[in-house]
Write a protein that binds this ligand. Sequence first.
Ligand SMILES: [Fe+2]
Ligand SMILES: [Fe+2]
Length: 277
Amino acid sequence: MPVRIVMLGDIVGRPGRQAVAQLIPVIRQRWKPDLILANAENVANGSGILPEHHQKLRDAGCDALTLGDHAFRKFQAIPLLEEKTDIIRPANLPQGARGKGTMRVPFPAGSAAAGRDLHVITVLGRLFINPPVDDPFAAVEAMLKTVADEHPMILVEIHAEATSEKQAIGWQFNGRVSAVVGSHTHVQTADERILSMGTAYMTDLGMCGPQESVLGRDIDRVLTHMTTGMPAPFDVAEGDPRICGAVIDIDEKTGRATAIERIELKANPAAPPFTAK
Ligand SMILES: [Fe+2]
Ligand SMILES: [Fe+2]
């Protein structure tokens, strides 16, 4: 029986956190995943993460969290990343960066893979994105050398702007990892598929956050900035909260993926936790 992973795209601000909290029970009921992961780089008012957000997302049912280019936007993320084993920053930051770039997420009791781990790595792309980082291909290659399990289950997240770079990572590790999924653009792509050697692939998971927005930010603020060139604080928007991601099935005997499904669920902003005071 394959194991099932859900990976959610970048969670943006409070609407994103609330949508995740409201809809994880729906995901658990409908897809019955063994593990739920999410990218949490935008949870702190759109940039970075605070320890309280980590706790809230764990309480909401996320088993582990990844970050991206905004990993250290809040300095409180440093002790969080050093102390917790269920959250990682990009692996290809310069040497000396604090925190971890890879993690092992244990499958729960009752799972077909109980007693084993999902190996997770997130890497930043280098095209059209800051900060300057080391080679993401080499970073994944180095991580693979550390995995000793037979037929390991490995999830690679490529947090990048360019679709070309994301596809290239997918093909480079086709057949050697269970899945390569993209994040960062906040726009879900419709190219989910199993590559020729059994790696699940999707260029971008999309965003968990307000879809009535520009990538999660207030439309008026962004338009003001783009039409006048004047600075405008990009507050997080509120309208039409949704969560986006993928459901991935992995044959635990081979470590290869057997299915990938793109998901987008609409939250109800008139129901808890949106209405909680
Ligand atoms: Fe993001
Ligand atoms: Fe990002």
